[in-house]
Design a binder for this molecule. Structure first.
Ligand code: MG
Length: 456
């Protein structure tokens, strides 16, 4: 698709602040969104980035010009804003965040009245308004108003507490270390955990839109300080959030960092024990571990394309109450069908409290898989043809083509080969019951891809 007709990517609008995402562009986006909603009440908030207030003012200008009332919530985690949209019966919401991208980026996510990000079809309507300059300017006496809506983070914390056994968690007096990447995660989870009886040690907790502590993507390479701190001070658990705190990555008491599949599997197991026969929603990039747990505890799985909006939308469509992604996104439907770092943290603490097990023990009792990832360069123009060529080679294997190509092998190993939606690369995710096999799979398919690329 050509870039001139696309505004939204896989997770809303993204771009370099004041270079690609300028105030004039943000006004125009505000006009397009306001025209899409049509004179409604919309909640607006942003993460900690330096460009947040500037873009919020510009978007407010566009929205009020179309007759929408803007309720400004200030700085908040994305899931807190999503919850407030539903809780305050807003017609929709807008969140200014670039999630895990570096500090110089920003972005815009549009939320529907149920708190879930709008569908790709709805995004296309907004894009059409934007590119066709279709704007419902209202007369001077019908302009929307800008109002303040404060206290949403406190309401969000209160709501999360209704979904867990607070008394049981409080009894344990867990010691937790939280790394909120100098962003909005620090506005909710440390307070939630204090109310859950935890001793909270925070790192990178001061709000600073330049993100001086670490990059906002919680990768093992970027959260080493958290892992070291947890072990050094003898804490029970460490939690790292991304820039808008919808994703959470956990560290056990030994300083071991787990990717999202492992912690999602712990939550999923407890959910299925309580909700026999439930259907779970997860992208095809998830580990076979998720399928194993679903099968073991009598659940059904619905695999989707990669992307949190797709997972949320599928949960809504089939009325599923649980979803999860390998990048640390857990969707807990009884609270809200969106990724929610604070909710995930509370659920994990509840499981630790009720089972009396340490995080390392909860992970150790799961089926074990080793993951290896890699990527190869591939220009956007060659992506489709490469996909066809790989498909021709592997179509007789046990495969899925929901998103990219996933191949399952008889020894419980698997590989996902998928073109990136945002970069000129193909990504390979392999997993196996031992590290060598996972490594070999990535190497084998990387070289296959390189060879096929030379024929294009
Ligand atoms: Mg995020």
């Amino acid at each position: 698709m050509s870039t001139t007709t696309k505004l939204f990517g896989t997770n809303g609008v993204r771009g370099l602040a004041n270079v690609e995402l300028t105030p004039d562009k943000a006004i125009k986006i505000g006009l397009a969104i306001g025209t899409f909603f049509g004179k409604k009440n919309l909640l607006l908030g942003h993460d900690a980035r330096t460009s947040g207030p500037m873009l919020a003012m510009a978007i407010t200008s566009g929205l009020t010009a179309t007759g929408c009332n803007v309720y400004f919530a200030g700085m908040a985690p994305t899931p807190s804003l999503q919850f407030a949209v539903k809780n305050h019966k807003m017609d929709g919401g807008i969140i200014i965040t670039a999630s895990h991208n570096p500090a110089e980026y920003n972005g815009i996510k549009v939320i529907w009245s149920d708190g879930i990000e709008i569908s790709h079809e709805q995004e296309e309507e907004i894009e059409k308004n934007y590119f066709d300059n279709k704007t419902n300017f209202v007369s001077w006496d019908k302009l929307g108003e800008k109002k303040e809506l404060r206290g949403i983070n406190e309401e969000y914390i209160t709501a999360i507490k209704t979904h867990v056994d607070v008394e049981e968690i409080v009894k344990k007096h867990f010691h937790a270390v939280i790394d909120t990447a100098n962003s909005v995660g620090g506005l909710a989870t440390p307070y939630l955990m204090r109310e859950l009886g935890c001793k909270v040690t925070s790192i990178n907790a001061n709000i600073d839109g330049t993100f001086p502590g670490r990059e906002p993507e919680p990768r093992p390479e970027s959260i080493g300080a958290l892992a070291v701190t947890v072990k050094a001070i003898g804490a029970d658990i460490g939690i790292a959030f991304d820039g808008d705190a919808d994703r959470s990555i956990f560290v056990d008491e030994n300083g071991e960092i787990y990717m999202g599949d492992k912690t999602f599997a712990i939550i999923l197991k407890q959910f299925l024990i309580k909700n026999n026969g439930a259907t779970i929603v997860t992208p095809v990039s998830s580990s076979t571990l998720i399928k194993d747990i679903t099968d073991m505890y009598n659940g059904k799985s619905e695999w989707t394309k990669v992307g949190s909006v797709t997972v949320s939308q599928k949960m809504k469509e089939i009325n599923s109450k649980i979803g999860g992604e390998e990048n640390g996104g857990v969707f807990y439907g009884p609270h809200q069908s969106v990724r929610d770092g604070a909710m995930t943290t509370a659920l994990l603490l509840e499981i630790m409290a009720k089972t009396g097990k340490k995080l390392s023990e909860l992970v150790a009792e799961q089926p074990q898989y080793f993951i290896e990832k890699s990527k190869i360069e591939c220009s956007d123009e060659k992506k489709n043809l490469l996909q066809t060529k790989i498909y021709e080679q592997v179509k007789k294997e046990n495969i899925s083509i929901i998103d990219g190509i996933k191949i399952w092998f008889n020894d419980k190993s698997a590989i996902l080969i998928r073109a990136s939606g945002t970069e000129p690369v193909y990504r390979l995710y392999a997993e196996a019951k031992n590290k060598e096999r996972a490594k070999k799979l990535v190497e084998e398919y990387s070289s296959k891809l390189e060879k096929l690329l030379q024929t294009i």
